[in-house]
Design a protein. Structure first.
Ligand SMILES: [Zn+2]
Length: 508
């Protein structure tokens, strides 16, 4: 006797349909699962057997072999629990086989027969629907999330008993245990921070607006307490909403990470991730022992990754950022296979001017040696800083600098208008923002007069060749913000200021 059903295996955001087949033979009772990684095999076996017994259904006294195929696909054990139980029940005639075979089953089983919520329901259900399997049975706690996928016919079940009854078994005892209905909750989206809270800091606020308008990465250097963190946390609030496709991808990442609230629907606002420098590389970049989970850089996809005290991050972590900054994704290699996660984020880094934090002006309060100051910034390697278009100083807050600035609600429409102008210009070229545009393309459309200031700076050694390209991109963002067709000499001059901090030991 054979029972069949289906489930989904996720590798990164990519889901693959897997066939789950249970075969019962009249032989000595045994229970074998083929196609699961060894580490999760015995646990899956124990959970499924206990859940079936707790449900009041007889465990078949046969030789049971369950096969999950294709065997080559990486699988995480718990997600396929429900599918394995359904296949066994179908093979033993305890549920109607036809209906069970048509649906895709996702969910972990508790020993008491409850169906426990899992991570990654959104991308898994999306993969099922994409491969033509629209009928999806998911844990009750995940059903809101499953229904976010257009075209999904999602059913939420709280227990294996409920599922068996759904498939025509009228002998299961009604479940007396309370189903799990809570899904993981993310930080509320209502805590959007307002730029009006930042007092003074006109230059830094302007740099933030330029960063938002052009999608430019940003480095802020200033003493402790100058408000760098406050500023960075207010960048998402002036960025436009995520586009529909971007929202699905960003939400899928948070679904796997277990950091979103399905009750609130798809993520529409750009996320903000601020990992601490002491966090593990796996927490920042992604990883895990078996199947790799997304890290902060992927949870920041479509939004902002903020590295406070950036020079304090381990150099291996800073090095790893180069791949996502170039490709917009990260590939994590694990024994179970490679997982690919999107990681297109706007990078904001903050740094003190020196290890003691007090170097400024004449430097009289600073206790660091010039060597220590240089070393501190050298940790932010050239290749990384090369991708950061905006590098500005944030001055200490002084008395009298306490006038309230514009609110995010005033700044955001200017950012949106500038982004729209750039999108119009790059229609058909594949670049969304100035930060992604080709410098050669921009140079051909910039007047000779505007370019000459850049080339003079290059000749003087004040800008590197790459620095010229980055200042040019910023100049176009300034033109977009000013409602101009192309940057003039003023925009170019201002772009160079936003690019070249006067700090020692930092190459512009
Ligand atoms: Zn110092």
């Amino acid at each position: 006797m054979i029972g069949r059903t289906r489930s989904i295996a996720l590798a990164g955001l990519d889901g693959h349909l897997i066939d789950v087949e249970a075969h019962l033979a009249a032989s000595l009772p045994a229970f074998t699962i083929v196609g699961l990684p060894d580490a999760s095999l015995s646990e899956a076996r124990d959970r499924v057997r206990a859940a079936v017994s707790s449900t009041g259904l007889p465990w078949p006294a046969r030789r049971i072999t369950v096969n999950l195929s294709p065997a080559s696909l990486p699988k995480s054990g718990s997600v396929t629990d429900v599918a394995i139980a359904v296949a066994v029940l179908a093979a033993s005639g305890l549920v109607v086989a036809g209906e069970a075979a048509r649906a895709v089953h996702l969910g972990e089983l508790g020993l008491d027969g409850r169906v426990r919520p899992i991570r990654g329901v959104l991308p898994a259900v999306a993969a099922a629907v994409a491969s033509g399997a629209t009928r999806v049975v998911v844990p009750l706690a995940n059903v809101d999330e499953a229904r976010l996928v257009p075209g999904a016919d999602a059913v939420g079940v709280g227990s294996l008993a409920e599922l068996a009854a759904l498939y025509g078994n009228d002998k299961v005892r009604p479940s007396t245990i309370r189903p799990i209905t809570d899904s993981p909750r993310h930080k509320s989206e209502s805590d959007i921070l307002d730029l009006a809270d930042v007092r003074g800091q006109e230059e830094a606020r302007w740099a933030l607006e330029v960063a938002a308008a052009g999608g430019h990465h940003l480095l802020m250097v200033g003493p402790p307490g100058s408000g760098k963190t406050m500023l960075a946390a207010r960048l998402p609030g002036i960025l436009p909403d995520l586009g529909p496709d971007e929202a699905v991808v960003a939400t899928s990442v948070h679904s796997i990470a277990g950091t979103f609230d399905p009750g609130a629907g798809l993520l529409r606002r750009p996320p903000f991730e601020a990992p601490h420098h002491s966090a593990s590389a796996a927490a920042i970049v992604g990883g895990g022992s078996h199947l790799a989970r997304p890290g902060a850089i992927s949870r920041a996809h479509g939004g902002v990754l903020f590295l406070d005290e950036a020079p304090e991050f381990p150099s291996v972590v800073l090095q790893t950022l180069r791949q996502p900054l170039e490709k917009g994704e990260v590939v994590l290699h694990r024994s179970a296979g490679a997982a690919r996660y999107p990681a297109r984020f706007q990078l904001v880094m903050a740094a003190n001017p020196c290890p003691c934090g007090h170097y400024s002006g004449t430097g009289e309060r600073c206790s660091c040696t010039p060597m220590a100051r240089r070393r501190y910034f050298a940790r932010l390697s050239g290749p990384l800083l090369d991708r950061v278009d905006l590098q500005v100083d944030v001055r200490p807050v002084r008395r009298g600098m306490d006038e309230a600035g514009e609110s995010s609600a005033v700044v955001a429409p200017r950012v949106a208008a500038a982004r729209e102008a750039a999108r119009e210009r790059y229609r058909g070229l594949g670049w969304g923002t100035n930060s992604a545009a080709s410098a050669t393309w921009l140079r051909d459309r910039t007047s000779r007069g505007s370019l000459s200031a850049l080339f003079r700076a290059l000749d003087r050694g004040a800008l590197s060749a790459r620095g010229v390209d980055r200042a040019l991109r910023v100049a176009w963002t300034l033109a977009d913000l000013g409602g101009r067709e192309a940057p003039g000499p003023d925009e170019v001059a201002q772009a160079m200021v936003l690019r070249t901090r006067g700090m020692p030991g930092v190459a512009a």
